[in-house]
Design a protein around this ligand. Sequence first.
Ligand SMILES: Nc1ncnc2c1ncn2[C@@H]1O[C@H](COP(=O)(O)OP(=O)(O)OP(=O)(O)O)[C@@H](O)[C@H]1O
Length: 250
Amino acid sequence: MNEDIVNMHSVDFYYGSRQALSNIDFSIKSGEFIGLVGPNGGGKTTLIKLLLGLEKPTNGSISLFGQSIERFKQKNKIGYVSQKSNTFNRGFPATVEEVVAMGLTSKKGYFRRFTKQDKQKIKQAIALVGMEAYSHDNIGDLSGGQQQRIFIARALVSDPELLILDEPTVGVDAENVEKFFNLLHELNKKNITLLLVTHDIGTMTHHASQVVCLNKTLHFHGDPKVFQEMTDQEVSQFYGHQLNLVSHQH
Ligand SMILES: Nc1ncnc2c1ncn2[C@@H]1O[C@H](COP(=O)(O)OP(=O)(O)OP(=O)(O)O)[C@@H](O)[C@H]1O
């Protein structure tokens, strides 16, 4: 049995008087590929903020890699690709290599010189997402889907064991969504544990090893096939509104 790398126990979270998460018991095992779904405002981003240590639970406890989150210092073990990272300003004056290098500088400080090993890591991360041919291009000149790959490379450059992605396929066309999921699949095979927030339920259930459905509380955590076989009506109960899973493909 693989070890738990994330463990949330009885977690509640409030923004002021508004409760965003209620009594969450949730764990992620090493090697899993978790698809996190739920309606708008269901608490997905909040859950991620808690895992990244950007917010503290109002009640309950969180441990990462077997350590309580308060004592957890190995930040490089967790990579994060945010929702907004694929809307990069076209005029931003940085090459692909420079953007990926930021994944190291943000952990180690901007004024540090890159070692030969760092440069090697940057190259490897770019190769891992299949973007070697664009290393010296300006990030702003790439398509949305290509930029997405570069932001994943930036998150991968510090060798995370857990990669968290918050709705990375928003605004990416169907063909590139499929390529993107194939890339995630490859990363997962290389033993990177994935937590993917997505509204693209149809595509996600074909790739993830577990589905988690969150609408303030956890409504489902299990096999994607079981989730897929649930009727629209059953799933709509968690979502709080009608959802047609079969036609939910962009
Ligand atoms: N900074 C904040 N201050 C107050 N309330 C907030 C804040 N951020 C989120 N909320 C509220 O917390 C709840 C959960 O929001 P959250 O962003 O976690 O949902 P989400 O599942 O990520 O939604 P979406 O799918 O729309 O991105 C919502 O009711 C939201 O309005």
